[in-house]
Design a protein around this ligand. Structure first.
Ligand SMILES: [Cu+2]
Length: 414
């Protein structure tokens, strides 16, 4: 159900992306394009909100929901009713966002609703935003608790922590991050609601309020959020690389430690999203360095995958092709991330298309590729037949990429 929700919302989020690009390709010089600014602002806000909260989150939660019980040998998660409740909370949030298409309008203040833009008095935009994310966010926190308890309490006898499959390890760390960070989102949205509905001044520019308090809170959640998305994907790629290299995953223990390192570090870097706040050289330097350090355990993972492939008997199946595509695009995205972690460089690049390119490289190359790889890889397990490769890979020539599963079945000698 989570995967179906993700696919439906992906179509909407992608339509928004096409509309934005169309507008950008038309609007220059005298030509103002086909979207008035107020409409364009709604579309890019909705695109960001939908892709993160109602596409990427349902996809990774869906994969964890399906795979963790299978991998640890449990019949279900610890709290099945709570699990269902979490799903409908997430879906409830998505429905609210969809209703804003027809009733009122959606927010225009970007996917993180920078507070001083957000009040938009008289508009329903921010209300849809606040309630959609609050409901989905609480659902995610509950699902996080559920999966942590499941992994800790419901493993098959003999499966101690260092014998858990890598995907389950990434799921454990991801859900620990969810439980540690989503309550911050909940709190920030509650304070913003009080500002909006009760007239308090937590995030306002006056009466002692401070908009940068909101920006700090929202990124204390926001940066862990991007690792909540990518860690399970690292787990997916680890499973796929080992299977199609027909070799044990290289460096299991270092993979586990790298995951734990990334989990802890991801909570110590949030300020890199606004080096330009002017918090001074010492603070910026600290967050710049912690951000650069995160590339070390991430790099260790990439090398472990490459060493798994090294001297492996690799089959270039569809999941494996997505995995190799990931390694290239994600590495490029990661390197631009290190560039952005240098405060002086970030002062120039902040909120530019370079930043947009960076996070689309890591989130499409990372999360979207992993979900496509994972769906192709576990589809036979879930539904008992394989997806037709004709729709998934290039057919031209007789290169290594054209071999895949098909040739194996034909040639009995293998
Ligand atoms: Cu960040």
């Amino acid at each position: 159900m989570y995967m179906v929700l993700g696919v439906v919302m992906l179509v909407r989020g992608f339509a928004d992306a096409v509309m934005m690009r169309l507008q950008q390709s038309m609007a220059f010089g005298e030509n103002l394009g086909y979207l008035p600014p107020h409409h364009y602002d709604q579309i890019f806000t909705a695109h960001g909100v939908i892709m993160i909260f109602f596409v990427a989150m349902p996809f990774v939660t869906g994969l964890m929901n399906y795979l963790v019980p299978l991998q640890i040998g449990a019949r279900d998660v610890s709290f099945p009713f709570l699990n269902n409740f979490s799903f409908w909370m997430t879906t409830g949030g998505a429905i609210l966002v969809m209703i804003s298409l027809f009733l009122g309008e959606f927010s225009t203040s970007g996917w993180l609703a920078l507070s001083n833009l957000g009040h938009q008095s008289g508009s329903t935009g921010l209300d849809y935003y606040i309630w959609g994310l609050q409901v989905a966010g609480v659902g995610t926190t509950l699902s996080g608790i559920n999966l942590i308890v499941t992994i800790i309490k419901m493993r098959a006898p003999g499966m101690n922590l260092m014998r858990m499959p890598v995907f389950t390890w990434t799921a454990l760390c991801t859900n620990a991050l969810i439980v540690a960070s989503f309550p911050v989102l909940t709190a920030a949205l509650v304070l913003m609601s009080l500002d909006r509905y009760v007239g308090t001044h937590f995030f306002s520019n006056d009466f002692g309020g401070n908009p940068m308090l909101y920006v700090n809170l929202i990124w204390i959640w926001g940066h862990p959020e991007v690792y909540i998305l990518i860690l399970p994907c690292f787990g997916v790629f680890s499973e796929i690389v080992a299977t199609f290299s027909r070799k044990r995953l290289f460096g299991y223990t270092s993979m586990v430690y790298a995951t734990v390192c990334i989990t802890i570090l991801s909570y110590l870097v949030w300020l890199h999203h606004f080096f330009t706040m002017g918090s001074g050289a010492s603070v910026n330097t600290f967050f710049g360095i912690t951000t650069m350090i995160i590339s070390i355990p991430t790099g260790a993972k990439i090398f472990n995958w490459l060493f798994t492939m090294y001297r492996g008997r690799i089959r270039f199946t569809v999941p494996m092709l997505w995995t190799i595509g990931f390694m290239v695009t994600f590495a490029i995205g990661g390197m631009t991330g290190v560039l952005l972690a240098v405060p002086p460089a970030d002062f120039v690049l902040h909120n530019s298309l370079f930043l947009i390119a960076h996070f689309h490289n890591v989130i499409i190359g990372g999360v979207v590729f992993a979900v496509f790889a994972g769906i192709n890889y576990w589809y036979p397990k879930a539904f008992g037949y394989r997806l037709n490769e004709f729709w998934a890979r290039p057919r031209s020539g007789s290169g290594w990429w054209a071999s895949g599963w098909r040739s194996r079945r034909c040639t009995s000698s293998v």
